[in-house]
Write a protein that binds this ligand. Sequence first.
Ligand code: ATP
Ligand code: MG
Length: 403
Amino acid sequence: MRYQSFLIKYAEIGIKGKNRNFFEESLVQQMKIALHRCEGKFRVYRFSGRVFVAVDSAHYDFDEVVGALQHVFGIVGICPMQIQDVIPYEELQEKVVQFFGEEYPEQTRKGLTFKVHCRRLAKNYPMDSQEINAALGEALLGAYPETAVDVHEPKVMVHVEIRERIYLYTHTIPGAGGLPVGSGGKAMLLLSGGIDSPVAGWMMARRGLKLDAVYFNAPPYTSERALQKVVDLAATVSAYTGPIYLHNINFTEIQLYIYEKCPHDELTIIMRRYMMRIAEAIARKTECGALITGESLGQVASQTMRSLECTNAVCTLPVFRPLIGNDKEEIIGISKKIGTYDTSILPYEDCCTIFVAKHPVTKPILDVIARHEHNLDEKIDEMVERALETDEVIIVDRDGRKN
Ligand code: ATP
Ligand code: MG
């Protein structure tokens, strides 16, 4: 087994002062959940202000473990470590030279620059860290003359930590960054079958939020396959967030009624206002502290500044729109990276695309919209109540629907 342990690097959570303990504990919990699915036995623990994963079994799948850790928000880097017993310097030197050669095989070594960084926490070790740095640097250059030392900007940092045992590592595999899921509370994602909303949910989860989701369904205008697409998107996102409670709301009656009673160029805005109202009602019931949407400024008529004013006006919870300043190409890039893109572009119809006007307003006026909503009279309130009663909670994890 080449690596017996992993050092976990985290950036932001290290600077949270008194909250540091809470953030580290959240991170450890999320890592345990992620590793639980991996073959092998692992121990996640905190030690002297850092987080480690120790491998406690004879076998494990390196790629599987790294893949699982790369789905944990809060981790900036994953350093696979080799552990030695505390050995005299001559033996240590041999081990380090061998380890370096394995980490950087011959074809990758030409022109490679490195620096040795020793930390000696076991103060009884007979050489100090400066001496070890110098001696190991020389030994590595002797063994691999095609490499060079660069103390300012080395490509490779050879870490040697001497504690109760000796830890060696040279690689840092990038993590997903952000803050541990749940450390910032929970929010309600308005999840459609499009490209944007799953990305928006992923981005806010990366900032430490646990996610619930709501989907507005319009049967028979939308099919069972459209719902399945949303479940599949939630499943992909849940590989990062843990299980998602997806609220499936029947929106048909409301949509038909708006279509009947309101000017067609204002349909989308008014529908979106009802979606926000219902999403907020569910969010309040489920203790979500915010709503999340995939809106991006100017992308469509309902996402201009004035349109957003109209949809925002019906909410009292904060509405997070992490994609507000992103171009579509950037959003597509993230969706490919997180694995939602291929599902998002499947062609099944969405409730918004069925009842759209040819020329929707791009500069709606809030008062006018509110006045036209009056046409809907008290019947709409009953419909909202009925829609809330249709709420079907689908529990989704990375393997799909659970209930
Ligand atoms: P997306 O790719 O997320 O579907 P979009 O560009 O199609 O976005 P709109 O249809 O205007 O944009 O919707 C804007 C936002 O409203 C979506 O990002 C999503 O958060 C929410 N939304 C739209 N339709 C639905 C729906 N049927 N169910 C739940 N949320 C929805
Ligand atoms: Mg959409």
